[in-house]
Design a protein around this ligand. Sequence first.
Ligand SMILES: Cc1cc2nc3c(=O)[nH]c(=O)nc-3n(C[C@H](O)[C@H](O)[C@H](O)COP(=O)(O)OP(=O)(O)OC[C@H]3O[C@@H](n4cnc5c(N)ncnc54)[C@H](O)[C@@H]3O)c2cc1C
Length: 395
Amino acid sequence: MNAPVLPRRIVIAGGGTAGWMAAAAIARTLGRVATVTLVVSDAIGTIGVGESTIPPLVAYNRLLGINEAEFMRATRATFKLGIQFENWKNVGEQYFHSFGGTGQDHWSAGFQHFWMEGRARGHEAPYGEYCLELKAAEGAKFAHLPSEGWQWRIPLQHRQGNGIVYASAHLEREAALDRLLSSVAGERLVEPNFIRYQTGARRLQWSHNCVAVGLSGGFMEPLESTSIHLIQRAVLRILRMLPAGEISPRDVAEFNEQQATDMVQIRDFLILHYKVTDRRDSAFWRQCANMTVPATLEQKIELFRDTGRVFRKNEELFAENSWIQVMMGQGIMPRSWHPVAAKLNDEELAGFLKGIRDNVRRQVDSLPLHDRYIEQYCGERPAAVSSRPPIALSA
Ligand SMILES: Cc1cc2nc3c(=O)[nH]c(=O)nc-3n(C[C@H](O)[C@H](O)[C@H](O)COP(=O)(O)OP(=O)(O)OC[C@H]3O[C@@H](n4cnc5c(N)ncnc54)[C@H](O)[C@@H]3O)c2cc1C
């Protein structure tokens, strides 16, 4: 039996998002017992995009001991309650993928089954009426969708981040630029930057004593803002599998398998947005609708279509509610749902649904406007309120 030995020297190559996030977490965890060296190239800059993320960053920053209000003031950040998808199901239609939960589940069946039962019995309130985050999303993020790709708009405190993601096989570079610039209002602060990327990930993210984190490990695309989150997951995984002396090939195999599972699950969720759509108005969308999707995604889509069921596997990032919102938002209505919902009589079902809607409305009414809260919590002047995040973000 060998006594564990802490690593003494850790070198991080690259001083971008992944490098600094890794350095901060490793230094915080190992403290003075290890030297952490960050190597930054003067010749190669950072990619310079990637400003939108998802709620687990709150936990990461807490782990680092970062005060949220100070962090948000320094980065001029805003709270993100979800993503508005415009024109994804079809031109002129929109839906909101909110973070957090919707309605109230039964142990045997998610809330969607009760909502479907209610719908069949004439309760017309949309699924989103049962979601606090969605109803509270006054300062939301929007993604506008042109016909050969999609555009994002991320409102920060001091400026808006804008970009267009397009397939070069379907749209010329100049046309993409025109489309982006014609939809951006206000003063232009930086010149547009073209970034060409190939979607994919390294099969082995950990090899020998080297781990690829961030873009060096792979990239899918900015839709659903998953890359910073993947950095944070990889860093936490490295810390959980910190070698106790010699590197165990079992650790390496486990790490690589967990990373690959994350990538595949996120890949499926991203492809869902392109596949499940009624849009046929351009060659790009027709190609998306006709493409073959991975078997894992097909099973998920068809299971939901048949039964209304979604299962979250192996610490999957996107929970049931995310899948449900995107699938229903883009046009899949389940053909059947769990029979437990039929157990409630009309009065009980109406009371159950109304109770949730009323509760959401009451909570939303009591929340301050997003802009006012930001100003108070992390605007230019020092914070005058407690450092707790707003209730709408806590689910
Ligand atoms: C269009 C677009 C939009 C995006 N939007 C989002 C988003 O909203 N949310 C999100 O989470 N992610 C987004 N991403 C992904 C985002 O870019 C990453 O999450 C994040 O910036 C990656 O950090 P990184 O450290 O891997 O790369 P970087 O921040 O680019 O850092 C790379 C570092 O490595 C160094 N380096 C690179 N090559 C070499 C070399 N050969 N030798 C030595 N040093 C080198 C560089 O100098 C730099 O210091 C987006 C990506 C794209 C392309």
